[in-house]
Structure formats: C-alpha cells, structure tokens
Design a protein around this ligand. Structure first.
Ligand code: TPP
Ligand code: SF4
Ligand code: MG
Length: 307
C-alpha cells in the first residue's frame, strides 16, 4: 500500500483535503459538513472515530487529515477521546510538548453511536467536563450497514428495517435537548448548506472549555434516496421548512440562529420530504394526508413553543 490514492492525499494542498472521492458516496452531506468543520477548526486536531461511514475515510496507515486518527468501537469514542486528552495534558505538564503543539480532540461519530450506543460514555464525558469537540453527522440511520433505523430516524421515513406503508413508527430522539440537560460547555446544530452559521458557531465554541457538541444534519443520497446533486438544496429545505432548527446553547441560553419564516409563510414540510425517496410512500400511489398532517403539526408545535 505504498502508493495508493490515500497515501497520495497526504501531499495534496489543504483545499483538496477531504474532497469526496475516497470511499464515500458522491454527494455525502456528512462529508461536506465535516470538511467545512475541519477547514475552520484547523488541522491541529486528533480525530477519535466511532465505527460508521466516516471510518472509510481512513485506511491504515493513511487518513486524509493532516492530523492523527484513532478508531474505536461505536460505544466508546468519548472514552477514547478522554485517553487522548489525558495523554496530551501529561505531555504538556511534563514539558514534552509546547503549548503551541497541543491538539484539539474531536470525537467523530454518526447518529447510531451518538443517539444510542455511545450515550452513556458521552453523558459521562460531559459530566467530567472532558475538553473536546463532539462532531455528530446525523444521516438518520445506520448508513454504513445499509441504512437500518437508528434512534435518530424520523417518523414516517422508510429504512432497511422500517419498510411498511407508514415507514418508521417511532419519533426522532432529541439529542440536542439531552445534551442541554447536561449543561455542557457548548452545543449547536449545523447544516452543510450554511457554512457561515457553522463558522460562527466554531468561533463561539472556541471560547468555551469542556465538552462541545456540533450536531450536523447529514443528507445522505444513498440512504435517503435522492440525487447527489441535491445535497445542499436538501440542507437548505430542512432549515427553511423548520424540520432542522439551527440553534446553539451558550452560557445557559438557547438561541435559534436561523429561524424559519412564520407558520403559513414558510414552505410546507412536504417541500423537503417529497424530494426524498425514503418518503415516497407518503405521496404515491396516493397521498397519506393523515400522516403528512401529523408530521407538519410536529414541526409547527416546535416553533410555536419557542416563539
Ligand atoms: C456494537 C456494534 N454493533 C454493530 C456494529 C456494526 N456497525 C458498524 S457501523 C454501523 C452503523 C453506525 O451508524 P451511525 O453511527 O449512524 O454511522 P453511519 O454508519 O450512519 O455513518 C453499525 C451498526 C458495530 N460496529 N458495533
Ligand atoms: S451512506 Fe450516506 S452517510 Fe454514508 S457515505 Fe454514503 S452518503 Fe455518506
Ligand atoms: Mg448514521
């Protein structure tokens, strides 16, 4: 494996880093938002990755990052990050590395890990005040293994394990609220379609010390069944329809950074749903008016409550 495309990527200029074309699907929204995050956060980072699609970014001993990479089981990326942070702190304390050689530690995990298997290790890490970023790309399913349902799968969506006439019967877990209940150093939701909002949130998070969440919507052409050219459009529609609220938690207060227009003025939720094959059964062969109204009402209730 001396001269593979992965090895060759080590020498590419920074603007070519993390370009889609490794082992990832074309149009991967998770990869897009990770690239934006890495561009702003900087290359002095150690990634601790829980098993999932992003694991395919690294093929030992290469990664497309200019920094280090540690791979863990799905449940234990925050615990791995604790070990890395502790090691860096010991090296700093003993003068073995200079402060400018310190690294930001980033937990990189999908929704299956973050909303489910890694919940206990994440909760404990926030409680200990582990100084790290937790970057979650939420493609709303177990993407890497064929898009089975996860605790982040929204009601009505079809997945490899929910293929009945009404799709997924459960509701999406509210990970942001679970984090806020822990009173973390920082928490934010972000979208691949809004790099300016993302960059501002990274700047706000830099000022904090402790466990910091970046929860990214990750439109997934393969699992959601849409044209890979529409990734950014779907990211925009998710925010404009109110389905994916962009918000942040800083110093005990939640603010919405890009609230959609008011009810009746914003595009209906179906403008977002109808672009994705995972919701096709809501529109064909006939419209499921009851379920569409129920899903719309859930979005409207959210925005009424925060108004
Ligand atoms: C304990 C455990 N169960 C199952 C798996 C198999 N597995 C590998 S990746 C994956 C899906 C992970 O889903 P998510 O965290 O959402 O990441 P994504 O694949 O969507 O990127 C699963 C189930 C595993 N690695 N470990
Ligand atoms: S399955 Fe989805 S999340 Fe995974 S690499 Fe493909 S587009 Fe990205
Ligand atoms: Mg996932």
């Amino acid at each position: 494996m001396s001269d593979t495309r992965y090895g060759a990527m080590q020498d590419l200029p920074r603007e070519h880093l993390l370009s889609p074309g490794t082992a990832m699907c074309a149009g991967c929204g998770g990869l897009q938002v990770l690239k934006e995050f890495y561009d702003v956060l900087g290359r002095e980072t150690v990634f601790v990755n829980a098993a999932g699609c992003m694991t395919l970014l690294s093929i030992y001993p290469y990664t497309p990052f200019q920094s280090s990479w540690l791979y863990t089981a799905m449940a234990s990326a925050p615990a791995g990050a604790q070990g890395v942070r502790d090691a860096l702190d010991i090296l700093l304390e003993r003068g073995r590395i200079r402060p400018e050689e310190d690294r930001a530690v980033v937990v990189l995990m999908g929704d299956g890990a973050a909303y489910g298997m890694a919940m206990a290790s994440t909760s404990a890490a926030i409680q200990r005040g582990l100084d790290c970023y937790v970057f979650v790309y939420d493609n709303e399913g177990y993407g890497n293994t064929g898009h089975q349902s996860s605790p982040a799968t929204p009601q009505g969506a079809r997945t490899a394990t929910d293929h009945g006439p009404e799709g997924h019967a459960g509701t999406k877990k509210d990970l942001f609220a679970i984090w806020v209940a822990h009173r973390p150093a920082f928490a934010a939701t972000v979208s691949p379609a809004d790099p300016v909002d993302l960059a501002r949130k990274i700047e706000a998070a830099r000022a904090a010390r402790g466990t910091r969440l970046f929860l990214a919507l990750a439109p997934c052409p393969t699992g959601w069944d849409f044209d890979p050219r529409e990734t950014v459009e779907l990211g925009k529609l998710a925010v404009q329809t109110g389905a994916w609220p962009l918000k942040q938690y800083v110093d005990g207060a939640i603010t919405h950074t890009r609230p959609p227009k008011g009810q009746g003025e914003r595009p209906p939720l179906e403008a977002y749903l109808s672009r994705q094959g995972r919701y096709r059964h809501l529109f064909e062969p006939q419209r499921n008016e009851r379920l569409l109204a129920e899903l719309q009402a859930t979005v409207d209730r959210y925005w009424e409550a925060v108004a």
